[in-house]
Design a protein around this ligand. Structure first.
Ligand code: ARG
Length: 583
C-alpha cells in the first residue's frame, strides 16, 4: 500500500501545480507539533524565495486547491506553513485497506532477493555465555525483519568448530585417557558410537586444557599438532571431533530453541575449510596476497583511511589459516551455494576492524563485487548495574542458561504471586513474559550502544518494557474473546479523539518497519510498538467498549482494536517473542 506521506505529498504537489507553482515544493512531513496538526508542508517558504512573493500568499493559494474531502483541517498559517489533519473518511479507508491487505500492505522489497545473516557464532565445546545473547537476539530479529519484507533470509550460525580449541580438547583427553582407541594410529575402526565423555565433562575439559596451554609449552605444542592433524583428516581425531560436535550442538540447540532463535544453516568454520587451499593458491597466484615476514597478507589500507587498517592476514608464518581466512573462505562458500544479494554479520563491535579488513580483502580478491552490500553490525556491551560488563556475583562470566533461568525465575515468582493464571498455565505464561522481558530489554536499545541489564526494569509490567507490550495485547485479546467473532468487522470512522489517535498510530506501522529495515534497527520497531501500545491503552481507558449499547459503534471499536492487535503481534513476532493468552 502506498504510504500516507506519499499519498498526501502527491496531493500537495498537485495543489502546488494547480496554484501555478512548481510541484516539487509540495513535500509533506509528519507534524513536529502534533498539538496543532498531524501533517505539515513547509514548501511555501522555499517557493516564496523563487517566486519572490510572501510565503503566506502561496500557502493560501495552495490550501485553496487541496481536495477538501481528504482533510478535516487545512490551515495556512504565518509565516507560510500549511497544517493538515486527515479527514475521518480518509483514515477509515486507509485503515480498512491495511486490514484487508496481507501484512498491512507493506511493500515486499526483498522479493527474489537473498540475504545471509551471520549471527550466534558460538564456539563448540565452550558453554554459551551472556556475550552470545545479543548476537542471538539482534540477529534473529534482523533476519525476521528481512523475511517479513519478502527476502529469502538465511540465518547462518557460523560455529567456531575448527580452531585450536579442538586440538586442546583432544590433547587434554589424551593425557587423561591415553588408551582410548582414538589415539591408536593402527586402529582401523569402526569407532564407538558413544562419546568417551559427557557434555558436562566436555565443558570442564576445555577450560582445563586452555589453562594448561598457558603454563605448559609442551602441551601447547601438542595441541597445535593435534589441531593440524585433525584438519589433515586423522581418522581418530575426526571421530572425536564428531563426538564433540554432536554433544555440543545438541546442547546449543536446546538453548537457542529456548530463546526462539532458529538457524536456517548450521554451518561453521569447518565447512569453510575445504575452500581454503584453492582460495589461498588463487590469491597468491594473482598477487592479491603478498608475503610479509613469512606470512601471506592482503594489504587493505586505503589512502583516505582515518585510522590505520593493517593488512588482512591470510596465512600465518607457520602455514596455518586464521579467523580471517575462514571468514573469506566462508564468503566463497556462500556466494557459491546461496548467491546472496547481501550479507550481515552480527557480533560484538570489538570485531569491527576484523570485518573491515575481511570485507576489503574480499572485494579486492573479487570474492564479492566492489559495490556489494556487506555489513558488520557491531553491538555494544551488556553491562551490570555498576556500568561494567555484566558479571556473576563472584566476578565470573555468566552462562547464558543461568541468565535465562534467573530471568525466568524472577518472572515466575511474579506470575505466581499475582495469581495471573491457573497452575497448569504458569510455566507457558512465564516463558513468554520472560522472553519478552529479555529480548525487548535488549532490542529497545540502539544496537551499537551499551546497555544495563536490569531485571527489575525489564520485567516490569509498566513502562517501556516487553511485558507492557504483551499486557496491551493480552488486554485486547481478552476484550475480543468476550465480544465474539470480530475478524470480518470493517473499520469505521473514528468515534472519538482517542480512536483517531489510535488510527493515526496504526497508519505508522509500515513506515516504522521500513525504517527499521533500512537501518537494520529493531529498536525502531520497539519505539513504534511502545507508542502504539500507549494509544491502545489510552483508547481503552477513555472508551467503554464492552458495555457500549450502540452495537454498530461497538463493532467499530472492536475492529479497530483487532487491527491494533494484529499490528502489535506482527511486530513482536519480528522481534522474536509472542504474547500469552492471559497475564
Ligand atoms: N565464533 C566467533 C567468536 O566467538 C564469532 C563468529 C562471528 N561470525 C563470523 N563470521 N566471524 O568471536
Amino acid at each position: 500500500m502506498e504510504k500516507i506521506l506519499d499519498i498526501i505529498t502527491a496531493k500537495m504537489q498537485k495543489a502546488f501545480a494547480d496554484a501555478g507553482y512548481e510541484a516539487a515544493f509540495g513535500r509533506v512531513t509528519v507534524s513536529n507539533r502534533p498539538d496543532l496538526c498531524e501533517y505539515q508542508c513547509n514548501g511555501a517558504l522555499a517557493a516564496a524565495k523563487q517566486y519572490k512573493c510572501a510565503p503566506i500568499a502561496i500557502a493560501n493559494a495552495v490550501a485553496e486547491k487541496l481536495e477538501k474531502a481528504d482533510f478535516s483541517m487545512i490551515e495556512a498559517v504565518m509565516p507560510g506553513f500549511i497544517n493538515l489533519k486527515l479527514s475521518d473518511t480518509f483514515l477509515q479507508n486507509y485503515l480498512e485497506g491495511m486490514r484487508t491487505t496481507p501484512d498491512f500492505g507493506v511493500e515486499k522489497f526483498g522479493t527474489g532477493k537473498t540475504v545471509v545473516v551471520d549471527y550466534g557464532g558460538p564456539n563448540v565445546a565452550k558453554p554459551l555465555h551472556i556475550g552470545h545473547l545479543r548476537s542471538a537476539i539482534i540477529g534473529e530479529s534482523i533476519k525476521r525483519l528481512f523475511k517479513f519484507f519478502g527476502y529469502n533470509a538465511i540465518g547462518d550460525i557460523h560455529l567456531g568448530d575448527w580452531g585450536l580449541q579442538m586440538g586442546l580438547i583432544i590433547s587434554e583427553l589424551q593425557e587423561r585417557q591415553p588408551d582410548l582407541v582414538y589415539f591408536d594410529k593402527s586402529f582401523t575402526g569402526p569407532y564407538p558410537e558413544e562419546a568417551p565423555f559427557t557434555i558436562t565433562e566436555l565443558e570442564e575439559i576445555y577450560p582445563a586444557a586452555s589453562a594448561k596451554k598457558k603454563e605448559d609449552e609442551a602441551f601447547a605444542e601438542k595441541a597445535h599438532t593435534a589441531t593440524f592433524e585433525l584438519q589433515q583428516g586423522r581418522p581418530g581425531y575426526r571421530a572425536l571431533w564428531q563426538h564433540i560436535m554432536r554433544l555440543s550442538l545438541a546442547d546449543m540447540r536446546k538453548i537457542y530453541d529456548n530463546l526462539n532463535v532458529h538457524f536456517e544453516a548450521w554451518l561453521g568454520e569447518s565447512d569453510a575449510d575445504p575452500y581454503i587451499p584453492a582460495m589461498v593458491a588463487d590469491m597468491k597466484a594473482r598477487g592479491i596476497a603478498v608475503q610479509s615476514e613469512g606470512a601471506w597478507v592482503i594489504p587493505v589500507a586505503k589512502e583516505d583511511d582515518k585510522k590505520e587498517v593493517p593488512p588482512c592476514i591470510l596465512v600465518k608464518s607457520d602455514g596455518s589459516a586464521i579467523y580471517a581466512t575462514t571468514d573469506l573462505a566462508t564468503m566463497v562458500q556462500r556466494m557459491q551455494d546461496f548467491k546472496p544479494d547481501r550479507m550481515f554479520y552480527i557480533t560484538d563491535k570489538r570485531q569491527s576492524l576484523h570485518f573491515e579488513q575481511v570485507f576489503r580483502a574480499a572485494k579486492k580478491a573479487g570474492i564479492l563485487p566492489e559495490s556489494y552490500l556487506v555489513e558488520h553490525l557491531g553491538f555494544g556491551t551488556m553491562n551490570g548495574a555498576d556500568g561494567k560488563p555484566f558479571k556473576t556475583r563472584d566476578g565470573g562470566v555468566m552462562r547464558l542458561e543461568v541468565l535465562i533461568k534467573e530471568m525466568t525465575d524472577f518472572v515466575r515468582a511474579k506470575v505466581v504471586e499475582n495469581k495471573i493464571v491457573s497452575d497448569d498455565e504458569v510455566e507457558a505464561t512465564t516463558q513468554k513474559i520472560a522472553m519478552a522481558a529479555l529480548k525487548y530489554g535488549d532490542l529497545s536499545n540502539q544496537p551499537t550502544k551499551d546497555y544495563v541489564f536490569d531485571m527489575d526494569r525489564f520485567a516490569a509490567f509498566e513502562g517501556n518494557t516487553g511485558p507492557y507490550i504483551l499486557y496491551t495485547i493480552v488486554r485486547i485479546k481478552s476484550i475480543l474473546s468476550k465480544y465474539g467473532a470480530w475478524e470480518n468487522l470493517p473499520i469505521q470512522v473514528p468515534a472519538n479523539m482517542y480512536a483517531k489517535e489510535l488510527m493515526l498510530a496504526i497508519t505508522k506501522a509500515g513506515p516504522a518497519l521500513e525504517s527499521a529495515l533500512a537501518s537494520a534497527a529493531p529498536n525502531l520497531i520497539c519505539a513504534y510498538i511502545y507508542e502504539l501500545s500507549g494509544a491502545v491503552n489510552k483508547f481503552y481507558h477513555e472508551t467503554r467498549i464492552l458495555t457500549e449499547e450502540d452495537k454498530d459503534l461497538q463493532a467499530g471499536y472492536i475492529s479497530l482494536i483487532g487491527l491494533a492487535k494484529q499490528v502489535l503481534e506482527t511486530c513482536i513476532d519480528i522481534l522474536g517473542f509472542s504474547a500469552p493468552e492471559k497475564m
